[in-house]
Design a protein around this ligand. Structure first.
Ligand code: PBG
Length: 327
């Protein structure tokens, strides 16, 4: 057979495959999502996320040490307060769970980069991502509380804030609030392209944040829409987002690619709780090879254009990246 191009020539050995590899990965781009809760001396495994835990502030250093050891230096903190109310006041309380976690972690782990999820749903009694007006979330009133929350995280030592609420105008509101309070250097990573997704199911169990009525479709995006994702990303960059995120990751890689091509800021994508839970469940049944699957999922996200990857598998991924098993 007289063939000029034989693509298999570049696949013949591990050496040549590594030489021509298009996607290179680096543990520095990983962010590990972590749950901190009120209380003392507790570490609870999350039933729907086997291998993931909720820590009280006095016990979280165990996990932070493990992260440092395997070379994951970026953490996204989620708070689970003991008390919830209609306006989510624990979200911006000076002694709130995330604020105390930041104080502890900054002190004991100065090399860790601490990002905080800024949202109301873990803190409101009704589980919606803002203040209710009737049965709908009041956008503009919620902006004030989000800005207050972001500021309180900044004051407690956060290195970056990451609003995940999907209210209109929140990046501008948070940016203005941070700037006018001396935090003009604090970056914002926006959950800019965030879909109303059933892939968040296990997270809501972990955080006790499922809405008590209705759903999040009046603020999170309709998963039938692609152009709208581009619109959201551009809007957030215009409002001052330093990094934009696409969420979930696996079923939304078209958006990762789209956004990568239209913005000049770094693009993150979040492999959410449902993605992790599906892999775990299938692996526990022996139906898939867990390690190979989560590596393939991560590389796909980077290949689609992500610069930053949030994953509950961050520790394992960091290790495999260092060992050269991927990228
Ligand atoms: C808070 C928030 C959610 C997630 C991240 N931030 C839940 C939601 O919007 O319902 C989901 C993360 C995951 O599923 O792993 N708004």
């Amino acid at each position: 057979m007289d063939l000029t191009q034989r693509p298999r020539r570049l696949r013949g050995s591990e050496s040549i495959r590594r030489m021509v590899r298009e996607t290179r990965v680096d543990p520095a781009s990983l962010i590990y999502p972590m749950f901190v809760m009120d209380g003392t001396n507790l570490v609870e495994e999350i039933p729907s996320l086997p291998g993931q835990y909720r820590y009280t502030v006095d016990r979280m250093s165990e996990e932070l040490e493990r992260l440092s050891r395997v070379g994951v230096s970026n953490v996204m903190l989620f708070g689970i307060p003991a008390e919830k109310d209609s306006v989510g006041s624990q979200a911006y309380a000076e002694d709130g769970v995330v604020q105390r976690a930041l104080g502890m972690a900054k002190n004991q782990f100065p090399d860790l980069y601490l990002i905080t999820d800024v949202c109301m749903c873990e803190y409101t009694s009704h589980g919606h991502c803002g203040v209710l007006h009737g049965h709908d979330v009041d956008n503009d009133q919620t902006l004030e509380l989000l800005a207050k929350t972001a500021l309180s995280h900044a004051r407690a030592g956060a290195d970056m804030v990451a609003p995940s609420d999907m209210m209109d105008g929140r990046i501008r509101a948070i940016r203005e609030c941070l700037d006018s309070n001396g935090f003009s250097s604090l970056p914002i990573m926006s959950y800019a392209v965030k879909y109303a997704s059933s892939f968040y199911g296990p997270f809501r169990e972990a955080a006790g944040s499922a809405p008590s009525f209705g759903d999040r479709k009046s603020y999170q995006m309709d998963f039938h829409n692609r152009r709208e994702g581009r619109k959201e990303a551009l809007l957030d960059v215009a409002e001052g987002a330093d990094i934009v995120m696409v969420k979930p990751a696996m079923s939304y890689l078209d958006l990762v690619r789209d956004v990568r091509e239209i913005v000049d800021v770094p693009v993150a994508t979040y492999s959410v709780s449902g993605e992790y839970a599906m892999v775990k469940a299938a692996a526990q049944r022996g139906w898939i090879d867990e390690e190979k699957i989560f590596c393939e999922m991560a590389v796909s996200a980077y290949r689609a254009g992500a610069d930053i990857y949030l994953s509950y598998y961050a520790k394992e991924l960091a290790q495999f990246m260092r060992e050269g098993r991927i990228g």
